[in-house]
Ligand binder design. Structure first.
Ligand SMILES: [Zn+2]
Ligand SMILES: [Zn+2]
Length: 315
């Protein structure tokens, strides 16, 4: 099962009824969080997230609304029983930021593995899988995480996460090859087996080919530019900032290097994504839902989510 939860929908500052933008994604007991502004730990508790399952924290940039909740989040993970290491990835300079913020939460019961990513060129890293010995899960899912440098007032990364999906096991093929039942699981996990009669059976001989990865894009904060659409191409879910519904705010957004609802919708359309969730609403945008009819004219499958909005992408 793959579930995505948008923990908060606000930008700049948390409000009494709106947490700051961050995302929680969980697949088979492994969770990824993107961004942790002030209060993210509270939003996670409200959404019933499993603290001990967070293995990867991605930071988009070092503005306070995206990172100042780090000490509280780390303490909450510890309190939730996390003991295995936590990978924290983000723009260059991340180590200094994490070291500064963790002065007030010493003695965490887990190791922090800090990875500074390129802020000039897109970069990709693989996360998880059986080869990643730093994790204890027997069947850890495998993700490709692509970091795309965005156009903000400070180095900022958009993240595009692809969950690799193992091919579907086909018992008919296995039966035809007279593979003993007890070897089905080994074969499905990707290992080659040798039968008692000496025949070598590979996974591809008993499966139905690779399935398309599930793709989730997350882009905030940035001025709009077409490369974002290239990277979000045919994403199952694209989460993108939209500070204001009203296009009259365009000049201000260009100065501040942010997007309007309409910018995000145009990117979603160009990328041909399945679904767009808008987020990072300005504190002055009191009723983002009012902008829905206009934005749906540009991209029909747009959602204006509320805090804790969730969707199961794989059952
Ligand atoms: Zn922000
Ligand atoms: Zn920012």
């Amino acid at each position: 099962m793959l579930e995505v939860i948008l923990l908060g929908t606000g930008g700049m500052m948390p409000l009494p009824k709106r947490f700051l933008t961050s995302m929680y994604l969980e697949v088979e007991g492994t969770a990824i969080v993107i961004d942790c502004g002030e209060g993210t730990q509270v939003a996670m508790r409200r959404a019933d997230c499993k603290m001990s399952r967070v293995e990867l924290l991605l930071i988009t940039h070092f503005h306070a609304d995206h990172v100042s909740g780090l000490p509280g989040l780390l303490l909450s993970l510890a309190n939730g029983g996390k003991t295995g290491k936590l990978i924290i990835a983000g723009p260059k300079g991340l180590r200094r930021i994490v070291e500064a913020l963790t002065i007030i939460c010493p003695g965490l019961p887990f190791e922090l593995d800090i990875r500074e990513l390129n802020v000039r060129e897109p970069s990709v890293f693989e996360f998880g899988g059986k080869e990643d010995k730093s994790f204890n899960h027997a069947n850890m899912p495998i993700f490709d995480v692509t970091a795309l440098p965005l156009r903000h007032r400070t180095p900022c990364l958009g993240y595009f996460i692809e969950l690799k999906r193992p091919p579907v096991f086909n018992p008919t093929k296995a039966k035809e090859l007279e593979v003993p039942l007890e070897l089905y699981r080994t074969l499905h996990s990707g290992e080659t087996v040798t039968l008692p009669d000496g025949r070598v059976i590979t996974t591809s001989m008993v499966t139905d080919g690779n399935r398309k990865p599930v793709k989730i894009g997350y882009s905030t904060d940035s001025a709009p530019f077409m490369q974002i659409a290239d990277f979000a191409h045919e994403a199952d879910l694209f989460i993108c900032e939209g500070m204001y519904a009203d296009d009259a705010m365009r000049e201000r957004m260009e100065d501040k290097k942010h997007m309007l609802f309409s910018d995000a919708a145009r990117l979603a359309k160009a990328a041909n994504v399945k679904e767009l969730w808008l987020t990072h609403f300005s504190p002055a945008e009191l009723n983002p839902k009012d902008g829905l009819p206009n934005v749906r004219r540009l991209f029909a499958n747009t959602v204006i989510p509320f805090d804790g909005y969730r969707k199961t992408l794989i059952k």
